[in-house]
Design a protein around this ligand. Structure first.
Ligand code: GDP
Ligand code: MG
Length: 672
């Protein structure tokens, strides 16, 4: 199964062929396994094991081909410190097929160890070889073809099949003009030196030309020579075991040529670069290419690059959005919880800029139009997220503004200043100004968001609050005034009627005018203060006038019930009959004229009844005083003449006992 090996693999170099303990090996990944599956862990390995994600375009790819057990893996491990599995010489067990991936610690270089089947096998295995070759050539700039010296010149040998495949797939991939060349490096192993490298090279070149000529080439390639598609290099390596020092030296030189750009004959020339995506996009690109190869689809690399750009830009944008979400979590929570975040606009702006920077850092390496298009989408998405917060914040600000205004309103009502209305206007302006300022500060830069709508809603709510508060306060003022008027009038009516006499109604009228004027003036003052419209103020005045008048009538009617009148008449009579002019109770003596006194007191008291038939105030005067009220003559009437007669009669009966009491007191006195 595919895996990333951090240590030496099970069938790897637990001990080297000569029994020495090998250097610690680097991690490796089986990118294509022996069942031709692409390893899902590739993306993670590129990022975290090989740490290449940040490399951008600054990385190279090398692939190594060759028959089984020709020392490919041994060579790669020697050159790059990698830990590719090496065939155990004691057991001669074949290493796992597929493509293995590793990188030297020191250099951003991806190395692909292609472990194929033996080219002599047919069918399935040949397909696999072709597929791994396609895959390798699509991405690798330099391909090492590894062979024993004694394999050179064996035109029918396994290598010839492999080379034919390499040429074939290369033509398939890069037939178009301007396609990058591939460098083929022939590494000839166990080069004894008896046959000079030049001679081996010529033999190989002859074979390569023959293969090239025999190749079924597409029309675009035509008669173009091999050299238009490949650069060739030939390297002889001494026998690893028979000439270890020479082998080491040769390996050192070769390593330099792979890793050090300043070395003469440096192998990774820019022109070989397969226009690969940035390193972070390599895993997805490799995966899609492999899938295309498996389904035998046309491998159109530029199209794949374009698709990859979209895929990667989407992925990078998602990362940027996630980053935004994490950073925004704090204030998002607050705003959603109904709080006002004073620095919201700035916070959102800074975080948005940060997220875009994250996106730009990786995505800008991809196809410019894709990068730009996805960037606009990202900006839209971030703006939309911010807009939701902005709207919520405005709602919170509106709520706060209303609360502030309510407080201002209360304290101004409490202060009861004479310039209440103006003062309230100031409070309103202050609250609205603060709202606008905070709203402006909540806006994301470079947007046309507006708080005008919610501002006018807040303004309306404030007006309504103020109007209602004024209405309530006026209502309280009127009811308070009504109560005070009713109380004072009540007392006045009682005390005047207690001393019923001529001019009593004039006194009441005077008192009434004094009492209601005070309250009407206070109400008028308040209405002016509150900027109450004229007709509303008039209505309030009329209402208070009416209740004042009603209070007077009510009390007068109450106090002129038969019982109350009789009670008062009796009091008045007693004052006259039972007390002397100094107010001292009389003690009747036999010589006193009880009858005369009785008649006089009775007559005088009866005369008072005449004052009770009508509230004796001139209707014109009432009308003049009540500018907003019409008073009917009938409302001045109290008791009909018949009822007055009746009362006189009842009064006469009522006081009879007093007469007999007086008479009796004299008899008693004489009897003593
Ligand atoms: P691969 O299958 O091509 O990767 O070959 P390996 O690296 O697994 O090596 C196969 C066998 O060849 C192992 O037993 C190695 O010890 C041996 N070997 C490796 N390098 C050399 C070399 O330069 N000369 C010889 N004669 N044997 C080697
Ligand atoms: Mg190997």
């Amino acid at each position: 199964s595919p895996e990333v090996n951090g240590a030496a693999p099970a069938n790897g170099p637990s001990t080297s062929a000569n029994g020495q303990t090998p250097a610690p090996s680097l991690p490796q990944l089986q990118v294509i396994d022996d069942n031709q599956q692409f390893n899902a862990a590739t993306s993670d390995a590129i990022a975290n094991t090989f740490r290449l994600s940040e490399a951008g375009f600054d990385y190279n790819v090398l692939a190594v081909f060759g028959s089984q057990s020709t020392g490919k893996s041994t060579l790669l491990n020697k050159l790059f410190g990698t830990g590719f599995a090496v065939m155990d010489s004691a057991q001669r067990r074949q290493t796992t097929k597929g493509i293995w991936l590793s990188r030297p610690v020191s250099h951003p270089l991806l190395i692909m160890d292609v472990e194929g089947a033996d080219g002599r096998e047919r069918g399935e295995q040949q397909d696999f070889e072709r597929r791994t070759a396609l895959f390798s050539l699509a991405v690798a700039e330099v391909v090492v073809v590894n062979m024993w010296e004694h394999q050179v010149g064996l035109y029918q040998g396994a290598n010839m099949g492999l080379l034919k495949t390499v040429f074939d797939v290369n033509v398939q991939l890069f037939a178009a003009r301007g396609s990058p060349k591939t460098l083929l490096v022939f590494v000839i192993r166990d080069h004894l030196g008896v046959t000079p490298l030049d001679a081996l090279k010529r033999t190989l070149m002859d074979d390569l030309e023959r293969i090239w000529e025999g190749l079924n080439k597409p029309p675009a390639v035509g008669e173009a020579p091999l050299e238009e598609f490949f650069d060739l290099d030939f390297i002889g390596l001494p026998h690893k075991y028979n000439a270890p020092e020479a082998f080491d030296t040769a390996c050192d030189n070769l390593r330099q040529r792979f890793l050090e750009p300043s070395t003469p004959g440096f192998l990774f020339k820019k022109t070989y670069h397969k226009k690969l995506p940035p390193a972070d996009g390599f895993p997805h690109y490799a995966k899609v290419i492999w899938e295309k190869i498996l389904t035998a689809k046309d491998l159109d690399l530029p199209t794949q690059q374009q698709l990859l750009a979209q895929y990667r830009c989407d992925e990078i944008a998602a990362t940027a959005r996630k980053e935004f979400g994490e950073k925004a979590a704090d204030w998002t929570g607050k705003v959603e919880g109904g709080k006002v975040v004073e620095t919201l606009g700035k916070d959102m702006g800074v975080t948005k800029t940060g997220s875009l920077a994250t996106y730009d850092a990786s995505a800008s390496r991809y196809h410019p139009s894709v990068y730009q298009r996805k960037r606009l989408e990202l900006v839209d998405a971030l703006d939309a997220q911010c807009k939701v917060l902005y709207v919520k914040q405005l709602q919170n600000l509106a709520k706060r503004a209303l609360q502030q205004f309510k407080q201002e309103l209360q304290s101004r009502l409490a202060a009861a200043r004479s310039d209440f209305s103006e003062n309230l206007k100031e409070a309103e302006n202050g609250v609205l100004e603060a709202f606008e300022k905070s709203s402006e500060a909540s806006k994301l830069a470079e947007t046309d968001w507006s708080h005008e709508d919610i501002l006018s809603a807040v303004r309306e709510d404030i007006r309504e609050l103020a109007d209602n508060a004024k209405k309530d306060e006026l209502e309280r003022t009127v009811t308070g005034a009504e109560k005070r008027i009713a109380n004072e009038i009540s007392e006045t009516v009682i005390s005047l009627l207690n001393k019923v006499k001529d001019g009593m109604w004039a006194d009441l009228w005077q008192a009434f005018r004094r009492i209601s004027s005070t309250e009407l003036e206070k109400l008028d003052q308040k209405a002016t203060n509150f900027d109450v419209p004229h007709d509303e103020a008039k209505a309030l005045q009329a209402r208070l006038q009416n209740s004042a008048w009603e209070a007077l009538r009510y009390k007068v009617l109450e106090e002129t019930s038969d019982a109350r009148i009789l009670q008062r008449l009796r009091q008045q009579f007693e004052l006259r009959f039972r007390y002397d002019a100094k107010g001292i109770p009389r003690v009747w003596k036999p010589e006193d004229d009880i009858d005369g006194a009785y008649e006089k007191a009775k007559h005088e008291t009866e005369g008072l009844v005449d004052f009770l038939g009508r509230i004796d105030i001139s209707l014109e005067e009432v009308a003049a005083f009540f500018s907003d009220l019409t008073i009917e003559e009938s409302s001045l009437q109290l008791l009909s003449l018949a009822r007055l007669d009746d009362i006189r009669e009842r009064f006469a009966r009522d006081i009879e006992t007093l007469y007999t009491d007086a008479k009796r007191s004299v008899i008693n006195m004489t009897a003593v």
